[in-house]
Each structure stands twice: as C-alpha cells, then as structure tokens.
Design a binder for this molecule. Structure first.
Ligand SMILES: C[S@@+](CC[C@H](N)C(=O)[O-])C[C@H]1O[C@@H](n2cnc3c(N)ncnc32)[C@H](O)[C@@H]1O
Length: 218
C-alpha cells in the first residue's frame, strides 16, 4: 500500500507553487546559501554530480548555474516531484542540468560514469536505518575513486538531540512511521567506514543541522 505523504514543516501550504509549475520550499531557500558555500570545495572540476531526493529541484538548478563544467543529475523517489524539477530546469535554461530521473536512493544504483559528487539534503531523517544503510552503500559503489558524498540534515550527536525542536520533529516523524527519524552521527560514521568511505568533515550549520562529507578511498 502506498504510504501517505509525511507531514513535514514545508508540506502543503508552506510550499509555494509558481505560475510556471516550480515549487519553492522556504527551507530550501533558507539553507541554500550556507550549504552552497560549504559544498563549493567538493564540486569536481568536471564529470557528473548526482542529487538524491531533489524535492522541488531549486537547489540543483542553482548549483548547475554556479558550476557549469559539471553535469548535474537531479533525482527523486517521487514521480510528483519531476514536474517541479523540470520547471526549474526550464527556468534556469543551462545545458549542464540534466532532466530529472525517478530514483529510489535506497535501491539499486545504475553505473554512472565519472560520478565525482553525490549531494543530498534532508533525506536521512525521513528513511529507515535499513534504507539509510542502502543509500550509503549505493553512494559508495556509485562514486568514482576520490569522489565525495555531501550530506546535509539534522542528526543526533553524542546520543542526544541537538535541540528541543529536533526532539519534537523526530517524535512527529516517528509517530507517523516508527522506522524513520533522526540518525545518530556515530551510527552514520560506522556505516561510512563499513563501506570504504572516509570522513572528511562535519560542519555545524544554521538551525542545528550538520554537513557531513565523506570521500571514497582514503
Ligand atoms: C524534505 S524533502 C527534501 C527535498 C530537497 N532535498 C530539499 O532539501 O528541499 C525529502 C525528499 O526526499 C524524497 N525521498 C524520500 N525517500 C526517498 C528515497 N528513498 N530515494 C530518493 N528520494 C527520496 C521525497 O520524495 C522528498 O522529495
């Protein structure tokens, strides 16, 4: 049976639909600049970058404009997201932004040649541990040697939530599906290690979120 959509802070009336079909989420607008600033040093000189869980598509549209030498591939599990990503693609009109693909990041990854970057924002707390392990394994297999997996989102650290708001948000997710919710950073680190990914950076971000960057190989 298809699961009903999760109730997230940006679900429903919080997300604006523009006349040309682009969806715009307040959280994606707010977090774009600090994330892009952190990401810049990990964007490869060429080749391909894959975004998992692209959502509205507004992040990858900006990234494709900012980094024209890389082929940017948007993807999302949800078929419903494709129209918005396509609208953002038409809006920015850059040749290095590929058409979106429907892709379950916890499923089987195709062999993407020259994949130097996997980028994901706000996915890990919305999936189960089993699926999170599969996503990490998929990225580890899919990345070219030396490529980076750049992750942004909310996590628990040192066995604790990082704010009351985080604890409440986790509880609201777990109430909808007991298998999902915040992952411990230490659990993520063990999963990276088990998949041959080396931890490169953990950065504090606004609103208690973290950027976690790992690299394929040492
Ligand atoms: C909170 S939104 C984040 C969207 C975007 N990254 C952002 O930050 O604005 C979560 C997205 O994850 C997608 N998603 C959930 N499970 C997924 C999976 N297993 N593989 C790929 N995408 C998934 C949903 O369809 C949704 O678009």
């Amino acid at each position: 049976m298809t699961q009903p959509p999760l109730k997230l802070p940006d679900t429903g009336p919080m997300t604006t639909t523009l006349p040309d079909g682009r969806l715009s989420a307040p959280s994606a607008i707010r977090n774009a600049a600090p994330i892009f600033e952190r990401l810049a040093q990990y964007v490869p000189d060429g080749g391909m970058a894959l975004e998992l869980a692209s959502g509205t598509g507004q992040h990858i549209a900006g990234l494709a404009q900012a980094h024209p030498d890389v082929a940017w591939q948007p993807s999302d599990l949800s078929d419903e997201r494709m129209a918005s990503v396509l609208a953002w693609r038409a809006h920015v009109g850059v040749a290095n932004l590929r058409a979106p693909i429907q892709f379950d990041a916890s499923g089987t990854w195709p062999a993407w040649p020259d994949l130097g970057l996997v980028y994901v924002v706000n996915l890990f707390h919305l999936i189960s541990q089993l699926d999170a392990k599969a996503v990490i394994g998929g990225a580890a297999n899919g990345l070219a040697a030396g490529g980076h997996f750049f992750i942004y989102g909310p996590f628990r650290t040192d066995g604790a939530f990082r704010s009351d708001g985080d604890e409440k948000f986790h509880a609201s997710l777990a109430a909808q599906d007991a298998a999902i919710g915040y992952k411990d950073l230490e659990w993520m680190e063990a999963a990276f290690c088990a998949n041959g990914l080396s931890l490169v950076a953990v950065c504090e971000m606004p609103a208690n979120n973290l950027v976690v960057v790992v690299r394929k190989g040492t």
